[in-house]
Structure formats: C-alpha cells, structure tokens
Design a protein around this ligand. Structure first.
Ligand code: MN
Length: 231
C-alpha cells in the first residue's frame, strides 16, 4: 500500500545515529537524560548530591545531531555545554534487573547535552518543566556509535571537553553516582525501555557557556571523540 494511503501527510523521517565501521544506522526511539549524576557537577549547580539523588528528563529523538554542527538556539543568552557518555540500547523491557541491564546495550557514543541555562534556571525557579532549556533543536550533538561487541562496556575512563583547545571539563566514568546498569534498571521501572532508546548519562564538573565560532571537542576514553563547531 503506498504511504499516501496510510498517513495523512508525509511523516518526519526516523531519527538515526551513525554506527562506526558500518553503513547501518541506529534508529532512535527515545532520549533519556540523567541530571546531577556526577557529585562535583551537582555541587557546581548549587545542589548537595548527598541529599538530592540523580533524576531523569528527556530530549526529543530529533534533537540528536551527528553532523558536527551546533547552531546557536534562539531566545537564550547563556547556552552551555555538558559532555556526556551516551548509552544506546538495542533491547528494552520493564523491570530490568541491574545484573542483566548491560545485555540491552548496543553501544556507546560521545554526546553533548546542550542547555539553554537561563531558560532552565527560570523553569527551575518557577517549578516548571525543563523542555525549553533542554529539548530544543540540535540540542544533542552526538558522535557515531561504537558497538559494545567491539569495545565492551566501559565502567571507567576519562571523559573530557575542550573548548577552543582549552580543557573545560574532566572527569571519570567511574565517578557516576548511578552506574549505567543502575540507570537502565531504574528507568525500566518508570518506563518501558525499547530498542533505539538513548541515555545521556550526566556530565562531570566544568560546564560552561558557548559562543558562535567555538570549537568543542569531547572525548570519552575507549568510546571516541566528538568535534562540534558552534554556529
Ligand atoms: Mn546533562
């Protein structure tokens, strides 16, 4: 049956991410993000990680972008970078035990959780949702995915962000308050996880403001590198 007989109008194309070393694409279902998953970053944002555990918010699948470009979004004068490990699932389910969680992981990528910090701050103050600060167009630049079958499941390793050649963020994956398996298990209690889900696992300390012309280089040991030009 031709598509015109199914849909009232042409659907927006499926969001995808490239997979390193193959022409195949990873079809993105949902994008979950962890807030305050590194203690030092929680503190720099004015929170006590001992009293306020990490939590989740979402971006839209179409917010992912892997062409190395970040166009400055409108209506913000404080757009900030947050370098993060992205976990890409090829299996899902409900109530996934921590011990089986890594079986759901297809691979890993390097991503930026770009944030309109001024709009997010206003939303926090007013007790409103975070979408305006977090889920805007192009807000999640992402590298190609490295398959877990090739690189394994990195539980430690350096995670860094350089802005115009200067080191701004530096941490280690082992500093996550909730580990990757714990995040998957916890999320699967709240939502039905599906193949194609992507989890941005939180950012270490050192987040900062970007300006047009900036070059951002993120790196996660054993996973890869993400180079982004701010336009
Ligand atoms: Mn983040």
């Amino acid at each position: 049956m031709p598509q015109s007989q199914i849909f009232a109008f042409a659907p927006v194309p499926q969001a995808t991410l490239p997979i390193e070393g193959t022409d195949q694409l990873f079809p993105v279902h949902r994008v979950y993000c962890v807030g305050r998953n590194y203690a030092e970053h929680a503190r720099e944002m004015g929170h006590d990680p001992n009293r306020e555990p990490p939590f989740f918010f979402q971006k839209n699948p179409g917010n992912l972008r892997s062409d190395g470009i970040f166009p400055m979004p409108p209506l913000s004068s404080d757009v900030q970078f947050e370098i993060e490990l992205a976990v890409c699932l090829s299996e899902g389910g409900d109530d996934i035990p921590v011990a089986r969680a890594l079986e759901c992981v297809f691979g890993y990528a390097v991503a930026l959780d770009m944030t309109r910090r001024d709009l997010q701050g206003e939303a926090k103050k007013l007790g409103r949702p975070w979408e305006v600060g977090k889920a805007f167009e192009g807000s999640a630049p992402c590298s190609a995915i490295r398959r877990a079958s090739e690189i394994g499941h990195p539980a430690s390793g350096l995670i860094t962000l350089d802005q115009n050649g200067a080191r701004r963020q530096s941490g280690d994956l082992s500093q996550m308050i909730w580990s990757v398996p714990e995040q998957i298990a916890y999320l699967s209690q709240l939502f039905t996880l599906r193949p194609g889900d992507v989890i941005l696992t939180g950012t270490p300390a050192g987040v900062g403001r970007v300006a047009p012309g900036d070059r951002l280089s993120g790196e996660v040991e054993k996973v890869g590198r993400l180079d982004v030009e701010v336009l």
